[in-house]
Ligand binder design. Structure first.
Ligand code: PBG
Length: 336
């Protein structure tokens, strides 16, 4: 007997795992810098980078530092950034009026980034939460117990036009109001921005894992609670079929890219969405997913580089073509 070969097996899947070369040959999913979109937080003023306590390694940047960061990301092969403003609380009000100020922080940031790094794709959020004193994504009804859909959509459409005028490549409605993708598409076209795309947060869940982000933009403090409930507009985490309904609506209304959020806890949804549309699918590895990995790594309980890679590989394997992740820069560096 040549070898210890006790079982008479025709199929031995381990054959293709025997060497590094064989493993590489049959690898199904490969991450590359062009898969990532870096979410970045911007603040007014000239203060040095301010680290977000619950997101180690993520900073609120002034506009000049933001531009430097965008240059660095572009050099590393990261194709896009998604910008989020953290407003001075004094500028927030019930209606989020600063969202419609042509000179509001995020629009100044967009213009500066586009001037300095024109080849970088710039994405901005269309939602009122950084601007409202209550921290909701839209304006409240008379009873102040819910966000008013149609009046919010009207404001978001105007907001999207301002963002297009400032030069963004993609607007990203993250508010989950009904009908907003169609309304934004019509408003952009009417204003002459038929080339500006829509990255729709199509299936966005009412997740507890947004906590660190709400610290970062101050929408939790605005509401006076970290438990701000967005349950009347964001999706119930219990639902899967409903994600397909939401995604097909945004697809039909003219979204160019369809996003699932969060990502790592919603891999079944990413796959469902991948199967439901032919358009590109994005997924957002959100602040709480990032914070979990960072926290465990800091405790010495998980290996940061390997968990970072595996968490993103899983999201891509599930069907995401693009991933928003706070690890974008480190991943691009690691993959070089
Ligand atoms: C809100 C918005 C949120 C995120 C992006 N846009 C949070 C929320 O819905 O409260 C979360 C991103 C993250 O947690 O990383 N329009």
């Amino acid at each position: 007997m040549a070898h210890s070969h006790l079982l008479d097996l025709a199929q031995r899947p381990r054959r293709l795992r025997r060497t590094a070369s064989l493993r590489a040959m049959v690898e199904e999913t490969v991450l590359r810098p062009a898969d990532f979109i870096a979410p970045l937080f911007v603040v007014d003023g000239k203060a040095p980078p301010d680290e977000i306590a619950s997101m180690p390694g993520v900073f609120r940047l002034n506009v000049a530092d933001l531009v430097q960061e965008c240059r660095a990301l572009h050099k590393l092969g990261v194709p896009a950034v998604a910008l989020f403003p953290k407003l001075d609380p004094k500028l927030k009000d019930e209606e989020g009026t600063q969202a419609l100020n042509e000179d509001t922080l995020v629009l100044r940031a967009v213009r500066a980034v586009k001037r300095a790094v024109p080849a970088l794709t710039v994405i901005t959020d269309v939602a009122l939460d950084p601007y409202t004193s209550h921290g909701h994504d839209g304006v409240l009804n008379a009873a102040r117990d819910d966000v008013e859909n149609d009046r919010t959509v009207e404001i978001l459409s105007r907001m999207a036009v301002l963002q297009a005028r400032a030069g963004v490549d993609l607007v990203a409605p993250s508010d989950m109001m009904d009908g907003r993708v169609g309304a934004i598409r019509r408003a952009l076209d009417a204003a002459g921005f038929s080339g500006t795309g829509i990255l729709a947060y199509a299936a966005k869940y009412n997740s507890a894992y947004y906590g660190p982000f709400r610290d970062a933009v101050g929408s939790a403090q605005a509401a006076g609670t970290r438990l701000l409930s967005k349950a009347t507009y964001q999706m119930n985490p219990a639902n899967r079929r409903e994600a397909v309904t939401e995604v097909l609506l945004d697809d039909a209304e003219g979204a160019d890219i369809l996003m699932v959020k969060p990502a790592g806890l919603y891999l079944d949804i990413i796959r469902e969405v991948r199967n439901a549309t032919r358009k590109p699918v994005a997924a957002y590895q959100i602040s709480g997913e990032y914070a979990q990995i960072q926290a465990a790594a800091r405790l010495g309980w998980l290996d940061l580089a390997r968990c970072r890679h595996e968490s993103l590989l899983a999201i891509k394997r599930a069907g995401a073509d693009l991933i928003l992740t706070y690890f974008a820069k480190e991943m691009a560096r690691a993959l070089k």
